[in-house]
Design a protein around this ligand. Structure first.
Ligand code: KMT
Ligand code: NI
Length: 178
């Protein structure tokens, strides 16, 4: 089951839990356009994907044992995923096995951490700043669902491309009318 809380913002290894002890409700997440569901089967994921017109998906495995290039290459990949960024399209993540943390910015620019394990599904709206990391168990297998062509492009916070992107403008508009 998903667990949602404010990140403690303390220094240290980013794969640590960083639980501040301040919980976050699903209503709070919805206000910033983030949706959580728990599904036992991929068939249930398929229903959501169909409803929302998703056309593509892939499966990603992040583990020290199987990552091409080994543990160092995995660590480098994790650092990329942990850089604060946005995407131009909404996207769905569904955890098939293992666990991971998605951090999303709330409306006061504070980090909310979503700890996801097997069966958890998260919908991230286009234009929200976020980042991802494995936990200390260093293993996840997940489905990544894309509306159209897989868009791997991550626009890093602080760059003009991110700040002035259509998705960012639209995202800020959508949360301000909530
Ligand atoms: C993202 O959008 O940052 C990711 O897809 C991270 C990896 S998915 C387990
Ligand atoms: Ni991302």
């Amino acid at each position: 089951m998903g667990a949602f809380y404010y990140h403690d913002e303390l220094p240290g290894t980013f794969t640590d839990e960083h639980n501040s002890g301040k919980p976050v409700s699903l209503e709070q997440l919805e206000k910033i356009g983030v949706f959580y569901r728990h599904f036992e089967t991929v068939e249930e994921v398929d229903v959501v994907a169909k409803e929302r017109n998703y056309k593509n998906r892939d499966e990603i495995v992040l583990s020290e044992a199987t990552f091409p290039g080994g543990p160092e290459a995995l660590q480098a990949k994790l650092e990329v995923f942990y850089k604060e960024h946005l995407h131009e399209d909404e996207e769905i993540r569904y955890i098939l096995d293992g666990e991971g943390y998605f951090d999303v910015r709330d409306d006061n620019d504070r980090w909310i951490r979503a700890k996801l394990t097997k069966g958890d599904l998260l919908i991230l709206p286009a234009g929200i700043y976020h980042r991802f990391t494995l936990s200390n168990s260093k293993y996840v297998r997940a489905l990544r669902l894309f509306k159209d062509e897989p868009k791997w492009v991550a626009l890093d916070r602080g760059t003009d491309q991110a700040e002035s992107s259509f998705s960012r403008t639209e995202y800020l508009r959508s949360v301000s009318v909530n």
